[in-house]
Design a protein around this ligand. Structure first.
Ligand code: MLC
Length: 487
């Protein structure tokens, strides 16, 4: 099935129902459908063909939805780009995806590579308005690719995970069914649409269930309490940082928001047990924690009905098979730790133009997640860390290697290691340890990082060390680096 077929259930049967609240306006499913058709016609008029790529480097907005739906209807591959990415990161994605166009807004245009064919969103919207609201979809095969989602790569640069219509459809059907979505739900979506959490869960659960969604440009912790009181969501999707922020709100607000909601879901980073407990006390809800990845969308989820176990991500979603293997590739018994391997209709088609990386990421047809975990006798999975030294900050993935490579290019830096340091709000933050012959000019280092890297990758501290602790084989032992005190 294609996403078009799935979403048509809402577009055809709920045409006059309010679908979306965006910046004070209300839009019906019929209006969303028409906007998408107009944008799809514009894509074709501008010469985009099935298989072409379009990079979308924009913050959340209604036009983001137009672009995504137009891509799914025309067979153009949608390549979302994190708005916090800067020149270095975007140059890599644009160079790898070779998009026919990069769609952005005037405030972000300065970071687009000079070689990119830049289309500004306001101009596109004006042109789309003159197009027909009828579009005959050009995608009929569920195995057609729908998007390329760039993941932070272990090698320092990110790889594009190719996700098909079938992948997204399987995920959407799973989350709407297993989390009991109905058209009466009210979903507050503050997550960025450039990641699969916001896109594959948020946007797709909305269109599949036919519920009402309020979209915001981003989660602003000082405004979100007001949005919740005003909109009265029944469902909220968040990363742990958002739930930590929600614990800072007045208790009365928490009680009121909790009384009107039916479900809070958390993912993209581990949810600390004390946050689950405090949230239950203040909001009266046990947050439902689940486990997913860009390459796989959602894999494992705590149940809607039944025990939501603290620290566990639950049991596999429909159609998803999970094996835990030891480092020799043997399946481990329940209770033993190993690496999680997956199979299922949600699994991506491979890394874009990276057959080598795709091969490396699979073993006998099973996808190697890189996550270490354990299964209990009653089938609940608990994640215990990563095989790599991935840092997750506010739900954004950071591979230290990318920051290390950038810092190592700066004058005066002889050696560098970047490691995670615990942070109350963001879970983890990166800290850089540098060996330098000169006194460290931390302001210069920070300014260089700010100019070229996404803000969440900028090390929170730059620590001068005489040498990096290494094993006899020369591997850096990051756990021996001194944790600085962060304010
Ligand atoms: C953060 N910033 C943003 C932004 N998020 N800017 C634009 N758009 C966004 N979406 C910037 C802020 O401007 C600020 O910049 C800095 O980041 C810190 O923001 P903050 O609001 O003060 O921080 P905080 O309260 O910690 O909240 C951050 C956050 C954000 C939780 C809102 O980190 C976030 O939206 N995270 C979601 C990540 C996500 O969706 N991950 C899913 C990956 S998919 P400055 O310049 O002032 O520092 C995946 C698979 C799966 O992992 O299983 O889901």
């Amino acid at each position: 099935m294609t996403l078009g077929d799935l979403f048509d259930i809402s577009f055809r049967t709920r045409r006059d129902k309010i679908a979306l609240e965006w910046e004070g306006g209300e839009y019906t499913f019929g209006q969303i459908d028409d906007r998408a058709a107009r944008m799809a016609n514009l894509f074709v008029a501008k010469g985009l063909r099935p298989g072409d790529r379009v990079c979308v480097y924009l913050a959340n907005s209604i036009s983001y939805i137009d672009l995504f739906l137009a891509a799914t209807r025309t067979g153009v591959l949608f390549v979302p780009v994190n708005v916090l990415y800067r020149d270095r990161e975007i140059r890599h994605i644009a160079g790898d995806a070779e998009p026919a166009a990069l769609i952005t807004s005037p405030d972000l245009q300065q970071f687009a590579p000079e070689t990119a064919n830049v289309w500004l969103i306001d101009g596109l919207l004006a042109e789309a308005a003159t197009q027909s609201a009828h579009f005959e979809p050009r995608v009929h095969d569920g195995d057609s690719p729908a998007a390329i989602v760039y993941t932070s790569g272990t090698t320092g640069t990110s790889k594009g995970a190719v996700l098909t219509h079938n992948n997204f459809v399987a995920n959407a059907v799973n989350v709407t069914t297993c989390w009991a979505f109905s058209e009466n739900d009210r979903l507050l979506l503050t997550l960025p649409l450039f990641h699969v959490h916001g896109l594959g869960n948020g946007l797709h659960a909305w269109l599949t269930s036919g519920c009402r969604m309020r979209l915001t440009e981003r989660f602003q912790h000082d405004r979100a309490a007001h949005w919740m009181s005003e909109f009265q969501p029944t469902v909220f999707f968040g990363v742990p940082t958002m739930y930590v922020r929600m614990l800072e709100w007045p208790e009365a607000a928490g009680r009121e928001i909790g009384a009107r909601a039916r479900l809070f879901v958390s993912g993209s980073a581990p949810l600390p047990a004390h946050v689950l407990e405090d949230f239950r006390r203040l909001y009266g809800h046990t947050i439902l924690e689940r486990y997913g990845m860009s390459e796989t969308l959602m894999n494992i989820s705590n149940p809607y009905v039944g025990e939501r176990r603290a620290g566990s991500v639950g049991t596999p979603l429909p159609g998803v098979s999970v094996r835990i293997l030891d480092f020799e590739g043997r399946e481990v018994p329940n209770g033993d730790v190993g690496e999680l391997y997956l199979k299922g209709p949600n699994l991506f088609a491979g890394y874009w133009r990276r057959e080598d990386a795709t091969r490396e990421a699979h073993r006998d047809g099973w996808f190697r997640t890189g996550d270490i975990g354990v299964r209990s006798d009653d089938g609940y999975f608990t994640l215990q860390g990563r095989r790599s030294d991935l840092i997750i900050s506010g739900g954004f993935n950071i591979y230290p290697r990318e920051i290390e490579e950038f810092l190592a290019e700066l004058p005066g830096v002889d050696e560098v290691a970047v490691a995670a340091v615990a942070d109350k709000r963001r879970g983890e933050v990166p800290v850089a340890y540098l060996v330098s012959r000169e006194p460290l000019d931390t302001e210069r280092l920070e300014a260089a990082c700010r100019a070229h890297l996404a803000s969440f990758k900028v090390p929170r501290a730059f620590v001068a060390v005489d040498k990096l602790p290494r094993t006899a084989l020369g591997k850096i032992q990051k756990h021996l680096l001194p944790a600085p005190s962060l304010d």
